[in-house]
Design a protein around this ligand. Structure first.
Ligand code: HEC
Length: 96
């Protein structure tokens, strides 16, 4: 019987461990504002937004967009689905 109880305990423990782990996978809401999308996708690593904005060349909008999109192809983003919104955010923030 001891084995049976251990097996029950093990499966309960496994379920307890599984639940919070799967709940942690966050699915960002599609209604995030561009600023929230940036915070979700980039803000975890980048605490100084100014540094990110300063790295973007001071050029016309189409060129900035091309630069940002090319840069983001090889750069981490915590949520790929947010990329289009993040691009819009960075374009707007570097309009000067
Ligand atoms: C996993 C961590 C991580 C995430 C997520 C991340 N970055 Fe970065 N990023 C870095 C690191 C590390 C550097 C190099 C920083 C340095 O050398 O100062 C960097 C550099 C940059 C640079 C060059 C300017 C600089 O400070 O060197 C830009 C622009 C940039 N990131 C934009 C973004 C954007 C936009 C996002 C969101 C789509 C993003 N990053 C998400 C880690 C990250």
């Amino acid at each position: 019987m001891a084995f049976f109880r251990l097996a029950v305990f093990a499966s309960l423990a496994a379920q307890l461990c599984m639940t919070p782990a799967s709940a942690q996978v966050s699915h960002p809401s599609p209604d995030l504002t561009p600023a929230e999308a940036y915070a979700e996708g980039c803000g975890g690593c980048h605490t100084r937004e100014r540094d990110v904005l300063n790295a973007i060349p001071r050029k016309a909008e189409a060129e900035r967009r091309a630069w940002i999109e090319r840069f983001m192809l090889s750069h981490p983003c915590e949520h790929d689905v947010l990329k289009p919104k993040i691009v819009e955010y960075l374009i707007a923030k570097t309009r000067r």
